[in-house]
Design a protein around this ligand. Structure first.
Ligand code: XMP
Length: 169
């Protein structure tokens, strides 16, 4: 049990606060939330159920990790994005480490769509990483350097189904 970093209830409580903020910030704006797959899938599903303003969703498969290490290479599983004219984009990801994944994804949306804005929302962010390439607009929790799994986060595609977040040992 001591491996558990955040329980399901802690995550849901924090997600509610973030959803409240999104409801305020994007009131009267056309909002599309984009799930960065696969890691954000559980967080994304819980987050969108708590958003009460009109919104749309879409998904994008992105990968940069093998095991517990970044490859340093961001790979998109889909090349062509929708147009998103007049819409505000909020990218939703599981964890921000160096920021490489979200920076590359943000740039892809800015360069390849007509979106009015591109911001991001992450479940976790590493607090020790002082040289992040991107600061997300919303962060649920900050963590240290430990590798974590559960609630969508994986080690070689396993453990995504755990209902909480735990330290991988
Ligand atoms: P960057 O460095 O691009 O890394 O910000 C973000 C991506 O790295 C993966 N990542 C993890 N995945 N447990 C995971 O399951 C972790 O502790 C972890 N740290 C980084 C993740 O895919 C994220 O999108």
């Amino acid at each position: 049990m001591d491996k558990i970093l955040f329980s399901e209830q802690q995550i849901l409580d924090r997600t509610q606060l973030i959803a409240n903020q999104i409801n305020q910030d994007y009131k009267d704006k056309q909002l599309t939330l984009i799930a960065i797959l696969n890691g954000s899938v559980v967080f994304f599903a819980d987050l969108i159920k708590k958003i009460t303003i009109p919104m749309q969703i879409d998904c994008l498969g992105v990968s940069s990790y093998e095991g517990t290490k970044s490859t340093g290479n961001v790979v998109f599983r889909q090349n062509k994005l929708q147009d998103f004219t007049d819409r505000h984009i909020l990218l939703v990801d599981d964890i921000l480490d160096t920021g490489l994944t979200l920076k590359a994804t943000t740039e892809k949306f800015l360069n390849e769509t007509n979106a009015l804005s591109v911001n991001s929302c992450v479940l976790l962010s590493r607090k020790n990483n002082k040289h992040k390439l991107l600061i997300p607009r919303y962060t649920a929790f900050e963590i240290s350097n430990e590798f974590v799994v559960g609630y969508g986060l994986d080690y070689n595609e396993e453990f995504r189904n755990l209902p909480h977040i735990e330290i991988f040992r």
